[in-house]
Design a protein around this ligand. Structure first.
Ligand SMILES: NC(=O)c1ccc[n+]([C@@H]2O[C@H](COP(=O)([O-])OP(=O)(O)OC[C@H]3O[C@@H](n4cnc5c(N)ncnc54)[C@H](O)[C@@H]3O)[C@@H](O)[C@H]2O)c1
Length: 340
């Protein structure tokens, strides 16, 4: 009799981390050198404390070692809007801070990579941080759905400055978009036709509070449809988006996906899937890939959008791909920078 061997990975490997090294860098080689926020509860705190303030975020992971980096006030611009008004109190210094201050600080601390995790809908603020990165010659990761890779002038500015740009809209490491597009590819690989589909998402963190305002969520719906379109269906009218703020869920996100397909002799096949994740940590696996790719791309002189890595890491890259093509391109890029 045989026992099932479910654990095939090296026992020293960290769950959810795909690569021990990318371009020679381990996860533990990454260091925080600066952080910016506008929330008066976060500005002035060590970054390790700020990321679990307010406590709704990552409630299971509050024992983080201090980083030695204090959160500095960033320029407010349109960062706090819609449902966040009255919930997030902007720090007074954020009304005075400018994007030039951010660029100067990035230069002073010799940052390699700037990760933008501002609220969806804060287009002006997000694009301004991208300009600060260009000015400072720092690689930029746009984790938000607002257009940076998709803004031709900004994308050209990164290419001209000779620094890498990754975006738009980070996928969760294994989130609704990845599960949904993988299911579509599975059905299509067997010749089934997707007839109808939806993807509903609810959660209770500040991201979901912000996204509950339709005015702030416009780009999120667009980027989710874009990922489904790249998976090979006509997604122009598919309901796929943030579908509500359920406060008691906190950082838990619940996603419901239905795919109705037509198979042999027009027989019907329907999938109903419910996935539940802790939302914030679910960005970690993909972010530690993206940061090491950005640093390595800079070292290899890759300027502007890093297309070969972006289809796997983002919902709305400039050049989209199916799941299998995206991961193949990504693995080839990681291998190519490891060889050079
Ligand atoms: N699993 C994930 O966490 C995940 C996955 C994919 C994409 N995203 C995207 O990443 C973005 C951030 O998500 P989140 O869950 O971290 O949101 P969040 O609401 O927890 O954090 C946003 C932070 O930005 C700060 N902020 C607002 N305006 C600012 C400004 N002008 N300067 C500096 N800081 C400012 C807010 O105070 C807040 O601390 C969103 O666009 C989201 O859609 C998140």
């Amino acid at each position: 009799m045989q026992t099932a061997d479910f654990v095939r990975r090296d026992s020293t490997a960290l769950n959810g981390i795909m690569y021990e090294r990318i371009g020679g860098y381990r996860v533990s080689d990454m260091q925080f050198v600066a952080a910016f926020d506008v929330d008066s509860r976060k500005v002035g705190l060590d970054l390790a404390k700020a990321v679990v303030t307010p406590s709704v975020a990552a409630v299971l992971h509050t024992d983080i070692e201090p980083t030695g980096v204090s959160v500095e006030p960033g320029p407010l611009l349109d960062g706090i809007g819609g449902n966040l008004v009255g919930v997030v109190e902007p720090h007074p210094a954020s009304r005075e801070a400018t994007i030039d201050d951010v660029a100067d600080r990035l230069t002073a601390v010799r940052a390699d990579v700037l990760v933008c995790l501002l609220p969806t809908g804060a287009t002006e603020a997000i694009q301004s941080y991208a300009r600060a990165a260009v000015r400072a010659g720092v690689a930029f990761i746009n984790a938000t759905p607002e257009p940076v890779v998709h803004d031709p002038a900004l994308a050209a500015a990164f290419a001209e400055r000779g620094v890498p740009l990754l975006g738009d809209d980070l996928r969760s490491h294994l989130g609704a978009t990845t599960l949904h597009t993988a299911l579509i590819e599975l059905l299509q690989s067997r010749g089934l036709a997707v007839v109808n589909t939806y993807q509903l998402n609810v959660g209770g963190n500040t991201d979901f509070l912000n996204l509950a305002d339709p005015g702030r969520a416009v780009q999120k719906t667009r980027t989710k449809r874009s990922a489904l379109q790249a998976a090979g269906i006509d997604a122009s009218t598919v309901s796929a988006g943030p579908n509500g703020f359920v406060e008691y869920l906190g950082d838990e996100k619940v996603c419901m996906i239905r795919v109705e397909a037509s198979s042999v002799l027009n027989s019907a096949l329907t999938l109903d899937i419910r996935m539940q994740v802790e939302d914030s940590p679910n960005a970690t696996g993909v972010l530690v890939n993206a940061v090491r790719i950005a640093k390595t791309a800079a070292e290899h002189g890759h300027a502007g959008a890093v297309h070969d890595a972006c289809a796997f890491l983002f919902k709305n890259p400039r050049v989209g791909a199916t799941e299998s093509v995206g991961i193949r391109q990504f693995r080839a890029y990681v291998d190519s920078v490891a060889r050079d």
